[in-house]
Design a protein around this ligand. Structure first.
Ligand code: COA
Length: 219
């Protein structure tokens, strides 16, 4: 991948934008920028899905119901919007058939000669095992390596998180190693497997690969 393939002067290449839709068994998956008015959907789903989400997410102060109340969204939205405007993250909502279904974020964007970032995601318990997260990862990684101008995307996942490991494997990420006692998740320092992919490895793109594998269709 050549430096000349994107504008090195752009402060936030690839943002804001909408991606998809592509169709998977759960429905038509698309990505759009987070909005202030997502507060209701974000809070309702996350309060209901505490058991589904909490054990995989970084430890944070205060009870789940407070951290995921309607009024917890505006400061998070504001912080993420600021990072996105500075080109440091790409924070998307995942929609399924145009309904709010989760979030996927390209975070810690480092440019210069690294051009690297991580990807993180969660989806509503009502759509799990329908290909939603895999489709979202494919859409966002193709975008990050194209208009986003990045070269490497990393994902860290607890060895116990079999669905998430499956998502990354289906999307074509490679396992690189084990980070020991890496991240404070659900109240303790947890080992994490490191997965990654680079622009050279994705060939025609992760979406094209999912479609060729019969896991998704263009809408
Ligand atoms: C991990 C998560 C994002 C997956 O979302 P999803 O939309 O269900 O993902 P997909 O449907 O694309 O793929 C999930 C795969 O895991 C499989 N799976 C589901 N439960 C599983 C289990 N207990 N063990 C092994 N595989 C499992 C599914 O069958 C599917 O694989 P398949 O397509 O080969 O059948 C979702 O479960 C989630 O939000 N979890 C909580 C938050 C989280 O873990 N985030 C990631 C942190 S690294």
């Amino acid at each position: 991948m050549q430096a000349a393939t994107y504008d090195l002067e752009a402060r936030h290449p690839g943002w804001p934008t909408r991606l998809g839709p592509i169709r998977v068994p759960a429905g038509a998956v698309a990505l759009r920028p987070i909005r202030l008015r997502d507060a209701g959907d974000w809070s309702r789903i996350r309060l209901r899905d505490q058991n589904h989400l909490e054990r995989w997410e970084p430890t944070a102060p205060g009870p789940w119901r407070d951290r995921n109340s309607y009024w917890s969204w505006p400061p998070q939205w504001f912080a993420l919007r600021g990072l996105a405007r500075r080109g440091q993250c790409l924070p998307f909502v995942i929609t399924v058939d145009e309904q709010y279904a989760g979030q996927i974020t390209i975070g810690n964007v480092i440019r210069a000669s690294l051009r690297s970032a991580w990807v993180g995601y969660w989806v509503s318990s009502t759509v799990v095992a329908g290909g939603v997260a895999t489709a979202a990862v494919a859409l966002v990684v193709d975008h990050a390596f194209g208009p986003g101008g990045l070269h490497r995307i990393e994902a860290t996942v607890r060895p116990e998180n079999e669905p998430s490991i499956r998502v990354l494997t289906k999307a074509g990420f490679r396992q690189e190693g084990l980070f020991q006692r890496y991240l404070d998740v659900a109240g303790d320092w947890r080992d994490h497997l490191c997965f990654a992919t680079t622009a050279e490895e994705t060939g025609p793109g992760l979406v094209a690969r999912l479609i060729a594998a019969g896991r998704a269709e263009y809408v």
